[in-house]
Design a protein around this ligand. Structure first.
Ligand code: ZN
Length: 105
């Protein structure tokens, strides 16, 4: 079916029917365009996960004398020539593997 013949037939439709056609056409175009869009995946920076102990800085806290709070996971990656660091928490994001110190035998 050619577009011209469809357009010719549109002239026989009522306004309500035309609106239905317009809505369906727009929806179809949007859907097809979304399929055609290339996957715009921003390459994720490669993150390295490390466990660290942190000191909270309170002068009365026991962490002053000990190794600190934690361990907590931190993500390290380089971005724009700089090393970035991000606090993750007690648990790693699912699917990520950290550089964990091997448990001593
Ligand atoms: Zn502390």
């Amino acid at each position: 079916m050619k577009a011209e013949s469809i357009i010719d037939q549109l002239g026989t439709l009522s306004l309500t029917e035309l609106r239905k056609v317009a809505t369906a056409t727009t929806a179809l175009i949007t859907q097809i365009e979304s399929w055609q869009q290339p996957a715009t995946e921003i390459p994720k920076p490669h993150k390295t996960y490390r466990q660290e102990y942190i000191r909270c800085g309170k002068p009365t806290c026991r962490c002053i004398a000990r190794q600190g709070h934690g361990p907590y996971w931190f993500a390290y990656w380089s971005q724009g020539g700089r090393t970035r660091k991000e606090y993750i928490g007690k648990k790693l994001p699912p699917g990520e593997e950290g550089e964990r110190d091997r448990p001593k035998p």
